[in-house]
Design a protein around this ligand. Structure first.
Ligand SMILES: [Zn+2]
Length: 245
């Protein structure tokens, strides 16, 4: 059943109320609406718990999409109680984890501004993220860190603009990813913009991001690995370079 994906319009929504609309054979739970982000576009799905009327908790190990993007399946950890159809629940995402993912995800966008090469892959993580670029140049990681931190400290606004699938198709140049498909299929695509009037960047992305770059905090490029002649893998970590020492 299509879900009202509240996280698409409010990245900071950590709790919400919902009604159970389906329960899968494997225990997966569908709800009428949700603030749980489902794994996609290189960002892992949310964890957290569903609170029942009696105060007991159903702990969730992951959140993923069904066969279409409008289906979100909340997957309980093994051995958790099963809710019943029509049951009202209060949703609680693991906000500390999600906020780290939002900071990291935004940092990946800043890296793509500093390194304007085609992206061949990306994975956002709580402690470390990686972005792969189609590039053959050698680039100094400390210089990349300094330029990313300049963008963080300039505190640019980060916001979403919705465009239609047709508008995206008419402007293929705004897509930076070579292998990661933009989040089409909803009829509308979210364009993540950084800076007033997208002065810093804009690109299609369905993930969750912080609302101003300063929230990213201290980050640095821990490593740049050579993956083939024309592929470079950048690893972003929280903290300053000396935190790795
Ligand atoms: Zn993004």
């Amino acid at each position: 059943m299509p879900v009202n994906a509240l996280y698409r319009d409010d990245f900071y929504l950590s709790t919400a109320e919902a009604v159970v609309t389906a329960i899968h054979e494997d225990g997966g739970i569908e709800l009428d609406q949700t603030c749980f982000y489902a794994t996609s576009g290189g960002q892992p799905g949310d964890t957290g718990f569903l609170e029942r009327a009696d105060g007991s908790k159903i702990m969730l190990g992951q959140t993923r999409h069904g066969p279409i993007k409008d289906i979100v399946i909340h997957v309980p950890l093994e051995g958790e109680a099963q809710p019943i159809l029509g049951e009202k629940l209060v949703l609680h995402i693991d906000w500390a984890r999600r906020y780290r993912l939002m900071r990291m995800h935004t940092a990946c966008h800043l890296l793509s501004v500093v390194c304007p090469y085609p992206i061949t892959g990306a994975a956002v993580g709580e402690d470390e993220s990686r972005v792969d670029f189609d590039m053959s140049e050698t680039i100094d990681k400390d210089e990349v860190t300094a330029r990313m931190m300049a963008l963080v400290n300039e505190n640019h606004p980060v916001y979403v603009q919705w465009i239609t699938d047709e508008e995206l198709a008419a402007n293929p140049g705004i897509v930076k990813s070579k292998n990661v498909r933009p989040p089409v299929g909803l009829g509308r695509v979210s364009l993540v913009c950084i800076g007033e009037n997208s002065a810093v960047d804009s690109q299609p992305c369905g993930g969750t991001h912080v609302s101003e770059t300063q929230e990213v905090g201290a980050i640095h490029i821990a490593k740049i690995e050579k993956k083939g002649k024309e592929n470079r893998r950048f690893r972003i970590r929280f903290g300053t370079p000396t935190d790795d020492a």
